[in-house]
Write a new protein. Structure first.
Length: 564
């Protein structure tokens, strides 16, 4: 017996209103009478149930959380790999801070006189990061200190992910963490032993705490006060971001609690930070250092156009994505693939305020340095603001991707561009200073304990040779400052001081960094070396950097020359 398929027509009710006719397959066998078979379809068979909240706008599921954390771990692995690929000897700031930390440990715990005067010109408290760096240096050397910076930057990226996830969702958080993880400042600071990595981490931690506790009790923001104060102590310029932290707290609380409670929490946080910073300034001598390195810093001569170009190169892509994210978030609140039902979305003015606050923070450091006309450390400082702009950049990337990853090619293109820029720019900035790998062994052959040296660079020789007991910080004079009492007993400084000290044979040796663009003092020192008949050229070591080429010159005093 064979069976053939036939189709019939039936009607049904959809949502109790629309009558639909469908052709329903039936089976007509050999014994069946020809014709159609009809089946009654009830209303319950046609009405769809409520669609559950799925996608990135829904409440996080265990599976989605695990997938997001796995992707975050991959991002952190990429960030660590790209930072660790950078190689160079100790930069002058790295060497100075670590050596200063050892001096501070000797002063604080062993009663050694504080001969460095570091608290008068450091851009952060010498009792905080330098001491921590020196402690790590004792155990693991400069490599260990740089790994500590990497740990701080990886922690900042992880906290950025969590912060963005609380403000938006996992997909936006992954986009924000990804674009921040490959920024040149992030990669550079991840293998650089200065205050900055620790300060960026503490800023991220403060932001995370404030957003986390914003809906809770009004006194909970006080838990972030010690962290915020510590951030300012580690790097004085971090105080520039305290208003952003306060306003972020107010906006996060306003979304859940209203204006009155939000302002209350903001006032509590501001008062707590003000009190702690006031106590710190009143009990230390750091105010002069804050003025000289931050608030009353000397103006430079770098043009605004050049600095704007540098800012555009180093942070323009992330900032542009943050601007796009701010605009799109202001226009539409929904960020997920499926709009979540029965969820209160923030008002447009709140969304605009959040976007402008986070994105605008990226302009603070560049604007201040353009005002000062100095590009010193701009490639590092720009990363502070990018940390805050990254969540809105994540929104921009998420919107470019579209619902259900509709346009992945756009995100891939942006990601490749960001990765390429971050890798090339961080490698260039990490290779700007000359490698002293060959200079230090050559100096070790000539430096003897108790000898007085003039050096540029001098921080790296003091760091490397000081650990071997050959020299210390007090025996070196830099090209930036000299106070020399000549034969007549008059104290001389500036060019006259260098000229008199060299002519008198005061220094046992001189290290000179002669680059493609020597400064006025370097030119003067080299001229005096050649004409004073007090010194001879012992070695010349050629080097090449990402900014050009040059060579180190080691001059030694002629044995017959004598000091006054």
């Amino acid at each position: 017996m064979t069976a053939t398929e036939d189709h019939g027509t039936t009607t049904g009710r959809y949502d109790g209103e629309t009558t639909l006719k469908l052709r329903v397959p039936t089976v007509r066998g050999a014994r069946s009478a020809p014709g159609y078979l009809f089946e009654e379809i009830t209303r319950a068979d046609w009405v769809l149930g409520r669609v559950p909240d799925t996608g990135w706008s829904a409440a996080p599921s265990g599976r989605r959380t695990r997938v997001a954390r796995a992707l975050l771990a991959c991002l952190l692995l990429v960030q660590a790999t790209l930072s660790l690929r950078l190689h160079n000897s100790a930069f002058e700031d790295e060497a100075l801070y670590v050596y200063a930390g050892h001096a501070m440990i000797d002063h604080l715990f062993h009663g050694t006189p504080d001969y460095g005067g570091f608290d008068n010109y450091f851009s952060g408290s010498p009792a905080l990061y330098p001491v921590l760096a020196a402690w790590v240096d004792t155990a693991a050397g400069l490599t260990g200190v740089r790994l500590m910076s990497l740990t701080f930057m990886l922690g900042a990226t992880a906290l950025l992910y969590s912060l963005t996830r609380m403000l938006f969702n996992e997909r936006t958080a992954l986009c924000a963490a990804g674009i921040f993880a490959v920024a040149q400042s992030t990669l550079f600071l991840g293998n650089f032993a200065t205050y900055d990595a620790m300060a960026v981490f503490l800023l991220a931690l403060t932001s995370w705490i404030l957003v986390r506790v914003a809906p809770g009790h009004w006194a909970l923001p006080l838990t972030a006060v010690p962290v915020a104060t510590l951030t300012v102590g580690v790097k004085y310029a971090s105080a520039l971001y305290l208003p952003t932290l306060c306003l972020l707290l107010v906006l996060a609380a306003h979304r859940r609690l209203g204006a009155r409670e939000a302002l209350r929490r903001g006032a509590v946080f501001t008062a707590g930070v003000t009190v702690l910073i006031g106590i710190g300034l009143s009990t230390t001598d750091y105010l002069e250092a804050i003025r000289s390195t931050t608030t009353d810093r000397a103006h430079g001569g770098t043009s605004a156009g050049l600095m704007l170009w540098d800012c555009a190169r180093w942070g323009g892509l992330l900032f542009a994505l943050a601007c796009l994210g701010t605009l799109l978030y202001w226009r539409r609140a929904g960020l997920g693939e499926v709009p979540a039902r029965n969820r209160v979305t923030p008002l447009p003015r709140w969304r605009l305020a959040l976007g402008v606050l986070l994105t605008g923070t990226a302009l603070l450091a560049p604007a201040y340095q353009i005002h000062l006309q100095t590009s010193i450390s701009l490639h590092k400082h720009i990363g502070y603001g990018l940390l805050f702009a990254a969540p809105m950049a994540g929104v921009g990337l998420s919107r470019l991707m579209g619902a259900h990853f509709r346009f992945p090619q756009a995100v891939v293109a942006v990601g490749v561009l960001a990765l390429t820029l971050g890798m090339s720019q961080s490698a260039h900035n990490y290779g700007v200073w000359p490698d002293t790998t060959h200079l230090i062994p050559e100096l070790a052959k000539n430096v003897r304990p108790g000898q007085k040296w003039l050096g540029q660079p001098h921080e790296a020789p003091v760091y490397y040779l000081g650990s071997a007991g050959l020299t210390d910080y007090t025996l070196w004079t830099s090209i930036y400052y000299i106070d020399y009492a000549g034969r007549e007993g008059r104290h001389l400084s500036g060019p006259d001081g260098y000229r008199a000290a060299i002519d008198d044979g005061w220094f046992d040796g001189v290290v000179l960094d002669w680059s493609d663009q020597p400064g006025a003092i370097q030119t003067l020192i080299r001229k005096e070396m050649r004409t004073s008949n007090r010194y001879r050229l012992a070695s010349a070591l050629v080097y090449r950097t990402s900014a050009g080429s040059g060579h180190f010159e080691i001059w030694l005093r002629i044995p017959s020359a004598h000091t006054p």
